[in-house]
Write a protein that binds this ligand. Structure first.
Ligand code: NAD
Ligand code: WQD
Length: 336
């Protein structure tokens, strides 16, 4: 198939590119590089020996996006492009709504105009807010409590309305849990442009000596060791989930929603210990107060994706940490 990846130069997009190219698909990427570098795509080409067609362009440029569909024969779209920092979204809600929602509207318009109706959307477990029961299945109530999370939920609703208006669309809403790790070759990985917001890139940068110590946000939660528990999922498992979702779309399922997680929760301190083991480096840390907006525990019930897509995450936290460390160690300054 010929797949268009919006945001394909980013962390999850670049890993999915590798997987798609290795499976014999052709890949077109559109990305404005606001949070990524074109070097990631060059590395993907190096890993796979295949070429990527790249458009450096903002998705909200409707005419530009339409041009892509006019010039390329696209079978399906994976829509990764979006801004993703929770804290930044609280400070700049309009920028987040504008970027994430306008971009999606322009994309869907262009898809409709060009008769492409197969779409995989990067949603997030953040749409569940603070769920009452664990593990979280797809029928759990939604209720995100920050602008980033709301932008994801609004887009899910827009896509649901679009499907209701025209049942010939096939749309997979993928709710990712906590993606971590890197391609095992060490050439591509997560490369935050600023101070990392998320735990694992922060830990990696402490291990490599770029940051001095980790701040652990709270050890007084009702969890086994008091620190927050999350469902960390290897980015290569996540990438495989996208391939399975694309396959599913070929069977014409309509609009479907899947959790992509492992079903296992790990605490902050467990992840720190696993990273120390993988890297052979000590991770100095200090326990500080809770981070505003954090929830104690979050992990998926991934059984629906297993049943419907034949997909499960197979990589454990040791592999996640080993692969994240290889990337960080081989590229201490990221892509440069
Ligand atoms: P990322 O920032 O590495 O990748 C997103 C890409 O989109 C970047 O390359 C960026 O330059 C591009 N982009 C952003 N706005 C754009 C626009 N208007 N036009 C064109 N390109 C644009 O992020 P990621 O971690 O790879 O996440 C990919 C998607 O998955 C995002 O939608 C994110 O919200 C979602 N998601 C990520 C996580 C996570 O923890 N990484 C968890 C759940 C969901
Ligand atoms: C994990 C755990 C922190 C950093 C966020 C978004 C979510 C999704 C994934 C996109 C928590 C603790 C963290 C640090 C720490 N993104 N922590 N010190 O908060 O589960 O989810 O990223 O959709 O929307 O909210 O991930 O990696 O930030 O935190 O102690 O420096 O690590 O308190 O318990 P989170 P995270």
């Amino acid at each position: 198939m010929n797949i268009l990846l919006t945001g394909g130069a980013g962390y999850i997009g670049s890993h999915t590119c590798v997987m798609l190219l290795e499976q014999g698909h052709d890949v077109v990427v559109v990305d404005n590089l606001c949070n990524s570098k074109v070097e990631s795509l060059k590395r993907v080409e190096k890993i796979t020996g295949k070429k990527i067609i790249f458009y450096q362009q903002d998705l909200s440029n409707a005419a530009g996006v339409d041009e892509i569909f006019k010039h390329q024969l696209i079978d399906a779209v994976i829509h990764f492009a979006g801004l993703k920092s929770v804290a930044e979204s609280v400070d700049q809600p309009l920028r987040y709504y504008q970027n994430n929602i306008d971009g999606t509207l322009a994309l869907c318009d262009a898809m409709l105009a060009n008769g492409v109706k197969n779409l995989v959307f990067s949603s997030s477990a953040t749409v569940y807010g603070n769920p009452e029961t664990m593990p979280i299945n797809e029928n759990a109530p939604v209720g995100p409590f920050n602008p980033y999370g709301r932008s994801k939920l609004f887009i899910e609703e827009i896509l649901t309305d679009l499907y209701a208006s025209d049942k010939s669309w096939n749309i997979a809403l993928l709710r990712y849990f906590n993606p971590v790790g890197a391609h095992p070759g060490g050439l591509i990985g997560e490369d935050p442009s600023d101070l990392p917001n998320n735990l694992m890139p922060y830990v990696s940068q402490v291990a490599v000596g770029k940051l001095s110590e980790l701040k652990v946000f709270g050890d007084d939660y009702e969890t086994p060791d008091g620190t927050g528990v999350r469902d960390y999922i290897h980015v290569m498992d996540l990438a495989e989930g996208h391939l399975k979702a694309l396959e599913k779309l070929q069977a014409g399922p309509g609009l479907v929603t899947y959790n992509l997680g492992t079903g296992r929760g790990c605490s902050v301190l467990e992840m720190v210990a696993a990273f120390e083991k993988a890297s052979g480096r000590q991770i100095p840390y200090q326990i500080v107060g809770r981070r505003q907006g954090d929830i104690p525990t979050c992990y998926a019930d991934p059984s629906f994706a297993e049943k419907e897509l034949g997909w499960t995450a197979s990589r454990g936290i040791d592999e996640m940490c080993a692969d994240a460390w290889r990337w960080q160690h081989m590229n201490p300054k990221g892509y440069l």
